[in-house]
Design a protein around this ligand. Sequence first.
Ligand code: SF4
Length: 454
Amino acid sequence: MKYYVKTFGCQMNEHDSQILAGILDNYTDEVMEVGSEKNELTEDIWQADIIVVNTCCIRESAETKILGYLGSLKKYKTANPNVILVVCGCMAQESGAKERIKKRAPHIDIIFGTFNLPKLQDYIREYRHYRQFIYDVTETPGLEKAVLPVHQDIQAFKGKVNIIYGCNNFCAYCIVPYVRGRERSRSIAHILDEVKAIAAAGGKEVMLLGQNVNSYGKDFSDGGCHHFATLLEEVSKVEGIERIRYMSAHPKDFYVELIDTIAALPKVCKHFHLPLQSGCNQTLKDMNRGYTTEQYWHILEAIRKKIPESSITTDMIVGFPGESESDFQETLAFVDNCAFDDAYTFLYSPRTGTAAAKREDQLPEEIKNQRLQQLLEIQNKHSLANNQKLVGKEQLVLVEGKSKNNQSVWTGRTDTNKIVNIPAAIGEIDYTGMFMPVKITTAKTWYLTGEFIR
Ligand code: SF4
């Protein structure tokens, strides 16, 4: 049996897709004969017996794009009526999604939500048996306790592990808590088992995933708030794993003692991604972010004091409803002071079902676009300046492979998550997955260039 998986959305979704693939790798049913050909992920959708679409709903535009994609799947069903079409993920979990999907893509056979990943095999078996449409978005408890197989991707030197599901924060612009439920932490034992499996398969870097990793363990019976630090210490003990990253951390829950833990653990990358979203306290309050710029600044100062070589990146949203010109000027001034290494900048776009989408003081697109340009101008200046500080220095780079845009260039990342491109000599060995010392020769806004130190 061959299957094809299409993923829309974030790193959490990409990892969920690895789990969906892992479940399908192990799929069996009574009509499959013992010794029959093994289940296999295919890159060729025309070859697939099962097509799984893992969806995202973070933006309205994402949903429109996905609905178009689901509509386009009809041709595979027409060519092969036995092919099974499955839709899951955040958009599937949304209220009213079934109707929207069935209207645009009546050929879809199975729709299930974010809580029901472990049941994929059951759905497929049931559909093969009865050939009846299946829809299941019940909020089944226990996903965090499930031990699920993970399909190993070709980048085996890197792996991802979910440490916490859901989010309790209800930021005013975000749909995630409505489609992924409340925070549920996985046990340290299960997480360590998965990290060890990644290491055993040759993995050197692991990314610990969650909507809010700092909240890890707050739902344990002792209610302690330092479980994430303990988890980092435990993951650090896993032999073979040499770099530990995490995504995402929420400034509201980023306690200063955690910086001491990270400073003391050489394997934990000295890269802090702390989504700021706005540099204006009124806008932060309207966004329901739960911190002020003063509190954010306190964390930033502590990081830079304790780990001066660290990099700090952020996410920003411009044009939130009600953001006045003076609010935005506060944001510009604050971002200028923060001097981030990089920022992922977004135009606010209303997401149906969230508090901010109901506000009447939405800003015109033109203003949002102008503000984004102003913000980028300031941020790009700091990105370049921070990168230039590394010119002439040696950095340890985990090589990820050849650059997608240029096959004569290797590309990899520093501990601080900066991209480094290294021109390759003809006939060289494959450096993919190797830690290489690199001398940085030039700096651009979004990447560095260097040469291997032989
Ligand atoms: S912390 Fe806020 S932005 Fe992040 S997932 Fe939760 S609600 Fe969404």
